[in-house]
Design a protein. Structure first.
Length: 78
């Protein structure tokens, strides 16, 4: 279902703007869809939580990825 921004309650508008990170215009149309994450992603989230990794910052995640890529390159160069 599609909703017109002008027809939203102030609370609904505030919630959507908070999610988008920007104000919405009165002439915008809003559609919300929910999806169930695939099993592999849910399992990954559960594993991260069990290992206490769910609170990593984006900087920490980027550093981990960079390290893994660097190690992979070093192994393939050998």
């Amino acid at each position: 279902m599609i909703h017109n921004a002008k027809d939203l309650s102030p609370d609904q508008k505030l919630a959507i703007e908070s999610l988008l990170g920007r104000p919405i215009a009165e002439n915008e149309q809003i559609s919300i869809r929910t999806v169930t994450p695939p099993d592999w992603l849910q399992e990954s989230w559960n594993t991260a939580k069990q290992q206490g990794l769910e609170h990593l910052t984006m900087g920490e995640i980027d550093a981990e990825i960079a390290t893994a890529r660097r190690e992979r390159r070093q192994r393939s160069d050998q």
